[in-house]
Design a protein around this ligand. Structure first.
Ligand code: NDP
Length: 308
């Protein structure tokens, strides 16, 4: 059998379709779900992420409240600005887009503004603690989306060796716990891991969440492994793009037109040649993150409206 391209876009659409009757039921019984999105400053990538999240809300009929303070706001001013949001019971989920500008105390803002019942991103200490205990709570959207995709593609996890490269609190660590709860044997690697390629080659399921363009190569992939590439790195270096996508003329044409392209943390050609299944970049993990954000918002709204 040929290599399977894990189509995150399709799964994302499926998940969002399934949310529609739940949203309709909430509207009928009480009110639409509501998500507040806080974007501080004008970080270009964050602006794109927030635009996509708001578009998904609109497409689904989720009410959204957007708050966009300037990038030079102080922590005290931001806390004051967001205080009404923190006590507004008609909001089901609050998302503060990261990264926040350096002068802001991100920990202080998130703990003061987002109570656990509205932690739609699943990043709070409370939600992460519940994940460790395998108790219900909103799950971080990117890892939850990856788990949902593996489930929908019927990729066996129990008893498999999963290697997660990256140990961030928003991707690597929660994903490692989710895989563990599904009975994988889990190895977590990071920048201090020795013999990274050797560790990765043990993986039946290899997850790359590093943030380094094409850092993992064919040398890191066991033949037949499932490879999930979380990385999203924008490349403008023509020589590098030509090297990485020499096998993909369509991508090179698009690059010549746009002047940039996205690449993951794994060499695209290595995934195609070595893996039994892999997520493309773009079109793999990215769309799943948004779908799970919508799913978390609806789930919180159902709890708040007493519908589940
Ligand atoms: P972080 O920068 O927070 O974490 C990166 C992790 O990778 C760290 O644990 C770091 O190790 C490890 N690392 C860095 N370099 C190496 C290396 N050479 N070898 C092994 N490990 C290494 O990143 P995030 O988790 O936030 O994001 C990772 C990637 O995923 C980024 O490209 C990001 O854009 C993307 N992303 C994509 C999303 C999507 O929706 N598709 C959502 C979220 C993220 P150490 O801890 O030792 O420093």
């Amino acid at each position: 059998m040929g290599v399977v391209v894990l189509d995150g876009k399709r799964i994302s659409q499926e998940i969002q379709e399934e949310l529609k009757p739940r949203i309709a039921s909430l509207v009928r019984k009480q009110r639409p779900p509501a998500l507040a999105v806080v974007l501080v400053g004008d970080h270009p990538a964050s602006q794109i992420y927030v635009r996509n999240k708001i578009k998904a809300c609109r497409d689904l009929g989720i009410r959204n409240v957007e708050i966009t303070p300037p990038g030079d706001i102080t922590t005290a001013e931001l806390l004051k600005l967001l205080a009404p949001l923190a006590s507004d019971k008609s909001i089901d989920g609050i998302l503060i887009q990261m990264p926040l500008p350096k002068q802001i105390d991100a920990g202080l803002v998130t703990t003061n503004v987002i109570d656990p019942s509205r932690d739609v991103d699943g990043f709070s200490a409370y939600s992460l603690g519940r994940l460790v205990l395998n108790e219900p709570a909103p799950r971080a959207c990117t890892p939850a989306g990856i788990m949902e995709m593996l489930k929908r593609y019927r990729i066996a996890i129990a008893g498999k060796h999963a290697v997660v490269v990256g140990r961030s609190n928003i991707v690597g660590k929660p994903l490692a716990l989710m895989l563990l709860h599904e009975n994988a044997t889990v190895t977590i690697c990071h920048s201090r891991t020795q013999n990274l390629a050797e560790e990765c080659r043990r993986a039946d399921i290899l997850i790359a969440a590093i943030g380094k363009p094409a850092a993992l190569t064919a040398d890191h992939i066991k033949p037949g492994a499932v490879v999930v590439d979380v990385g999203m790195n924008r490349l403008t270096d023509t020589a590098l793009v030509e090297k990485l996508f020499a096998h993909d003329p369509a991508r090179l044409t698009a690059f010549a037109k746009n002047g940039s392209t996205l690449v993951g943390d794994v060499e695209p050609r290595a995934m195609q040649e070595m893996a039994s299944a892999y997520t493309p970049v773009p079109g793999g993990v990215g769309p799943l993150t948004i779908a799970m954000l919508m799913a978390n918002t609806v789930q919180l709204a159902e709890l708040h409206c007493g519908a589940s």
